[in-house]
Design a protein around this ligand. Structure first.
Ligand SMILES: [Zn+2]
Ligand SMILES: [Zn+2]
Length: 240
């Protein structure tokens, strides 16, 4: 399995970067996109043809995870109408209804609402969804190809679900946007220290949804408890 980071920031992109998006590819070439944050489509175009994407998963409807999905629907519609591809499998929460409708009504998407515990397969990939704890309905996902397993937390505060989601996985892609010193009980995200601690037995922990200007401090806080932690880097491909 291969992971290519297409966007690594939370909130908003910087001049060269993008917000959350990840291309995951199986050995046999199945391709799924986890989240489509702002600025991520141009990175995707640099590594893969749009028509080769088998499925898209949107974890939740905050703009830093879904903004470019509202542009990608134009591509999917055009390609479907031209007969270049069948409607693309498109997994997302059913709420907020307005956003769900805006994407599910696109003829280029074969929309499916997700719920916690739902399992599905895309070619040789198996996907399992986990309900996380955030300010909007949000779903983490485990992606397995029979050999390797990647777990993506999306955005989440502390919840017992995180442990189940990352248990036994080979790589955890985790929400790491709030340093311990800036964290409070009201924060809509777990702290960097908290998520690094929960994933310390995972072989590789990729810190993502980064806070701009805090990258070095984020890595150093995580490495204090988890020697397997590293920062997400855009357009770098990791093989599991
Ligand atoms: Zn976010
Ligand atoms: Zn969010």
């Amino acid at each position: 399995m291969k992971l290519t980071v297409l966007g690594r920031y939370g909130k908003y992109p910087n001049k060269n970067g993008a917000t959350c998006s990840y291309l995951v590819e199986s050995k046999s070439g199945a391709k799924i996109i986890l989240d489509m944050g702002s600025g991520s489509l141009k990175n995707l175009a640099n590594v893969c043809a749009y028509e080769d994407i088998d499925a898209v998963v949107i974890s939740h409807f905050h703009g830093d995870h879904c903004a470019d999905a509202f542009v990608f629907r134009n591509i999917a519609l055009e390609q479907t109408k031209k007969g270049l591809r069948a409607p693309i499998s498109f997994f997302m929460p059913e709420q907020p209804q307005e956003e769900y409708y805006a994407l599910s009504s696109c003829e280029g998407f074969a929309a499916q609402a997700v719920c916690g515990g739902m399992k599905t397969s895309i070619k040789d990939f198996c996907l399992e969804f986990f309900e996380m704890s955030h300010t909007l309905p949000t779903f983490g996902v485990r992606v397995t190809d029979g050999e390797k397993c990647l777990a993506y937390t999306a955005d989440t505060t502390y919840t017992k679900t995180i442990k189940t989601l990352v248990e036994g996985c080979d790589l955890a892609l985790v929400d790491a946007c709030i340093l311990q010193r800036e964290h409070s009980a009201e924060s809509p995200h777990i702290s960097v220290y908290g998520i690094a601690e929960l994933t310390k037995s995972v072989p590789v922990t990729i810190l993502t949804h980064l806070s701009q200007g805090r990258e070095d401090e984020t890595l150093s806080e995580a490495l204090g408890i988890n020697k397997n932690a590293r920062l997400a880097e855009e357009l770098i491909t990791l093989t599991l």
